[in-house]
Design a protein around this ligand. Structure first.
Ligand code: HEC
Ligand code: HEC
Length: 278
């Protein structure tokens, strides 16, 4: 296993890394037990995408991710891009990075109680996070995003536990205080997201008709708190206390946002998280 990983690791180095421990998502931590060596986060940069035909497809996938408004047009129903949340084109290890994901799908999802391919998972974000609709399975745009993520996953052994996957979960140690959240929002977020949360030239909407739906992962307070803690204010991640991150997440997610009609079909066999808003 060690030798195999080392040989496959064109960009990924097998070894002990204290740095990656910092971004370990609790949810996936468990899968990393048994003395397995951690994989290093070392994705190729989009500038090194080859000039071949495959390279063109990968580059289109990157364009869709960073400029979904333009390249994903008919399938997007709000003003967000994939990279509004999957920061830096999915290359940011603190923000649900795309790096390595091709090696972990297909995967079972309790929300639908079914196996999901990587393409299925991408479509879930189109429908829920972008308030849009799913791309057809044979869509060249969908295939381009899969190609981009697959390119970012080269060298990661199939089934590997990715230490950086998802978000680093934080705990709330007291009950939520949305009034404090409102204050934090006014002091630390309004400058870019606007006092009405609807976004400005500097940042996308965090609530209202052009933001994510109530069925998006970000609509869960634990998810938004973890994302905000490690990434917001933008470029000043880790500056809020855990309590403040939770309070501002609770405030943002208590504001109006688009509904999701198909929500009634979620978690058909149970497993609904405690902080699901529906
Ligand atoms: C509003 C924020 C937001 C936007 C916009 C968004 N996503 Fe996501 N995405 C998330 C969150 C949060 C998760 C993790 C959700 C969870 O808790 O399961 C996620 C998960 C994913 C995953 C699975 C990650 C994993 O570790 O398995 C993929 C793939 C993905 N998104 C792709 C996309 C693509 C492609 C787009 C654009 C078409 C997009 N997302 C737009 C928030 C967003
Ligand atoms: C300096 C400007 C800036 C500040 C201040 C800021 N953000 Fe953001 N935020 C951004 C940008 C820009 C993005 C989109 C990421 C990108 O395009 O790189 C974003 C994305 C987000 C997102 C996910 C996308 C969406 O629109 O839903 C959330 C949630 C969020 N910010 C919450 C907050 C909260 C809460 C605060 C205050 C604690 C905050 N932000 C402060 C600039 C900022």
């Amino acid at each position: 296993m060690w030798l195999l990983s080392a040989m496959l690791g064109m960009f990924m180095l097998v070894g002990c890394s204290s740095e990656t421990d910092l971004v370990k998502s609790e949810e996936h931590h468990g899968a990393d037990q048994g003395g397995r060596a951690s994989i290093e986060f070392a994705p190729p940069s989009p500038e090194t995408i080859p000039g071949s035909q495959l390279g063109e497809q990968i580059r289109l996938g990157y364009e869709i991710v960073v400029n979904t408004q333009e390249y994903g047009k008919p399938y997007v129903g709000n003003r967000l891009n994939c990279s509004s949340c999957h920061l830096d084109g999915g290359l940011n290890p603190n923000a649900m990075s795309f790096v390595g994901l091709a090696a972990v799908y297909p995967e079972y999802r309790a929300r639908t109680a079914s196996m999901h391919t990587l393409a299925d998972r991408i479509n879930e974000c189109f429908e829920r996070s972008l308030n849009g609709r799913a791309l057809p399975p044979d869509s060249s745009k969908l295939q381009a995003i899969v190609a981009y993520i697959t390119w970012l996953s080269q060298g990661v052994p199939q089934g590997a536990a990715l230490p950086w996957r998802g978000l680093q979960h934080i705990d709330s140690r007291r009950s939520l205080d949305p009034a404090n959240g409102k204050k934090i929002f006014a002091n630390k977020c309004v400058f870019c997201h606007g006092s009405d949360g609807q976004g400005t030239m500097a940042a996308p909407p965090v609530w209202g008709p052009a933001s994510y739906t109530i069925a998006a992962g970000m609509a869960r307070v634990t998810v938004a708190a973890a994302f905000i803690k490690s990434n917001m204010p933008r470029a000043r991640g880790w500056s809020l206390s855990d309590d403040d991150a939770y309070d501002v997440a609770a405030y943002v997610n208590s504001q109006p946002r688009p509904d999701f009609a198909d929500k009634v079909r979620d978690w058909p066999q149970g497993g609904k998280p405690a902080d699901s808003p529906y």
